[in-house]
Design a protein around this ligand. Structure first.
Ligand code: G6P
Length: 617
């Protein structure tokens, strides 16, 4: 989604902004722009549709300098990704410049309050520049002007505003969209994502909703909408820049696929606290818990809300929680949750799953649950993200930064985390002995090594990808633990290769989807060892009889039937627990999607139309 980088107090401000925007490219965007406060008589705005390279090319034709500026990458919501719709937007006199992430929902209503104004873009943002200009022209100081305008805005925003007549100052504000600020060595920064700033500082403050920060080279002051001094959420970023670089891999996605053994080991690490349980055995714990932990023992129902890939991890989470904790679990697309009437009370646990911890729909679902006094447990990767801060408790996946839009290591670490959450809730409800947990954990510690083994099949999987790269229709089928992985496999393939792929419960195939199968279709069948294996073998025979090529994913030791009936086979090591097998099964499907997209020459890390962090509804 959109990215913001602002800086005041550096002579090389433009470089800092452009490098910062590059670091945010992974979020997905379709135009970019900058505003620089070059001198006291004008703000220079340069903006271009398309990739950042278009902006840098335009900038190289002009000589722009200045120690204060704001940059933006836009992911179009209102108006096409053209030069004129790109941010920054200014008022007609060019005094005020604004960049914005999010959506101003009442922008048309606000435009109607300016009957004489002419707007030069189709965006929901431009009106903010007009409104702030009206306030400062009326004599208000920039921070007061911004606070006044903010009170009239509905929707979600991270806004950064510059005033030609207030040199050296940037005013920023946010509501339901992330924004961080930082001050170091006589320079103040703001950004929508910490990745843009870690080159300069690791100590940052996340603004809370309806906070306004005034940035000058001397420092940062934060107030609420009434101008009363308040604090942001200060935290230290401990991952390093290297972790966010490609390190020799051709794409971030491939690097992140190969990081999974380490990432999963990090998710599983240090989860046991020494002997406090009644049986004297170690106990599992959460990373953060701001409510009485005993609450989790009284939970009688769980909702898991998430979007995209995180939603498929939630489906495995349901199986783990029902298995170990014996609590009924419903999995729900976060964007639907608050628009119905979910039955929530203090004994309903809502688990909100999000790699970024910023996805707008997942945040909204979590807020809805908190409003109904249901405890919210956040399963997130990004430390200090909005979801992590707002939830009652947090379980971090510790996967490190994920840059490619298509999620890989965030997904498998979520799967590993859900095993631990299932065990944790089982422990809190007294359904599982500490010794049993220790035993399961000891077995799970084999997982990273097994993931390595699957990754060793990369070359063979690339070969299969080349064989099937022109397939027009691919159906993924699975049962039980195989179903969420089938769904994730289909999502990965369509996200980056743009091929038509769908997933179905294998048992549902006969109720409609099998009509799609014809010569040339590919069926990817998730058939790991387990209690649904024999049924999967039957389904494989059914689709093969109708002309499909079958690529089966099976488990070492149970492949005879698959060899007999599938055209191709990928074999996984035997998982230490059936609920851990999805972690292994996900890897070949990630590699398959990756190599199909490479073969087809697609943009792997920034697929068309998609964004890494979806901060609009
Ligand atoms: C976007 C990304 C997906 C991701 C989803 C949820 O759609 O492209 O890869 O799964 O958002 O993101 P989250 O950060 O909430 O897990």
């Amino acid at each position: 989604m959109c990215g913001i980088v602002g800086v005041t107090g550096r002579d090389d401000a433009l470089d800092v902004i452009l490098t910062g925007l590059q670091r945010l490219e992974y979020r997905g965007y379709d135009s970019a722009g900058v505003v620089m406060d070059e001198s006291s008589d004008r703000l220079r705005v340069v903006k271009r549709g398309g990739k950042l390279a278009n902006l840098t090319a335009a900038l190289s034709d002009e000589s722009i300098s200045g120690s204060v500026g704001i940059g933006h990458t836009r992911w179009a919501t209102h108006g096409a990704p053209t030069d004129s719709n790109a941010h920054p937007h200014t008022d007609p006199t060019g005094r005020i410049a604004v960049v914005h992430n999010g959506i101003i929902e009442n922008y048309e209503e606000l435009q109607a309050t300016l009957p004489d104004a002419t707007f030069s873009s189709e965006t929901d943002t431009e009106v903010v520049a007009h409104l702030v200009a009206r306030e400062v022209e009326g004599g208000a100081e920039l921070p007061d002007a911004v606070r006044t305008v903010l009170r009239s805005l509905d929707g979600a925003f991270a806004l950064c505003i510059q005033d030609r007549d207030t040199p050296g100052m940037i005013v920023v504000a946010k509501r339901e969209a992330p924004l961080i600020v930082a001050h170091a060595d006589g320079v103040s920064y703001c950004a929508s994502d910490v990745a843009a700033l870690i080159r300069h500082t690791r100590d940052v403050q996340a603004l809370m909703d309806d906070q306004v920060a005034v940035l000058t080279p001397d420092g940062i002051t934060i107030t609420d909408l009434n101008g009363v001094a308040v604090e942001g959420h200060a935290y230290h970023v401990d991952w390093d820049l290297d972790a966010a670089e490609k390190q020799g891999y051709e794409h971030f996605m491939l690097k992140e696929i190969h990081e999974q053994p380490t990432a999963i080991a990090d998710t599983l690490r240090d989860r046991l606290r020494p002997a406090t349980g009644p049986d004297g055995s170690p106990r599992l714990h959460l990373d953060e818990c701001r409510i009485d932990e005993g609450e989790f023992g009284r939970i009688d129902k769980v909702f898991i809300v998430a979007c995209g890939t995180s939603l498929y991890s939630a489906m495995v989470g349901k199986l783990a929680i029902e298995h170990w904790a014996g609590i009924p679990v419903e999995v729900e697309v976060a964007s639907e949750f608050r628009y119905r009437d979910p039955i929530l009370d203090p004994h309903t646990l809502v688990i909100a799953v999000s790699q970024s911890g910023e996805t707008s729909d997942t945040m909204a679902a979590a807020t809805h649950a908190l409003d109904q006094r249901a405890p919210v447990l956040a399963l997130v990767n990004v430390v200090g993200s909005t979801l992590a801060r707002e939830a009652d408790a947090v379980f971090y996946t510790h996967a490190g930064p994920e840059v490619a839009v298509a999620s890989t290591k965030a997904f498998t670490t979520q799967l590993a985390a859900f095993l631990l959450i299932g065990l944790y809730l089982g422990q809190q409800r007294g359904r599982i002995y500490g010794s049993e947990i220790t035993d399961i954990l000891n077995r799970l510690h084999h997982l990273p090594g097994q993931v390595e083994q699957v990754l060793e099949q990369d070359a063979a999987i690339a070969e299969l990808a080349r064989k099937y790269a022109s397939t027009h229709y691919t159906m993924f089928i699975g049962r039980h633990v195989g179903l969420p992985i089938a769904m994730e496999g289909a999502l990965k393939l369509k996200e980056i290769s743009y091929l038509h792929a769908e997933a179905f419960p294998a048992g549902e195939m006969k109720h409609g989807p099998i009509a799609l199968i014809e010569d040339g279709s590919l069926v990817v069948a998730l058939a790991p060892a387990g209690h649904t294996f024999a049924k999967m073998v039957s389904n494989i025979q059914e689709v093969r009889a109708r002309g499909a090529s079958v690529l089966a994913i099976g488990t070492d030791g149970s492949t005879a039937d698959l060899k007999a009936h599938a055209h191709d086979l990928i074999t996984l090591p035997e998982a230490s627990h059936e609920l851990a097998s999805p972690i292994l099964a996900a890897i070949p499907l990630q590699l398959f999607a990756y190599h199909v997209a490479v073969t087809r020459g697609e943009d792997i890390d920034q697929p068309r139309n998609l964004a890494k962090t979806v901060t609009v509804e």
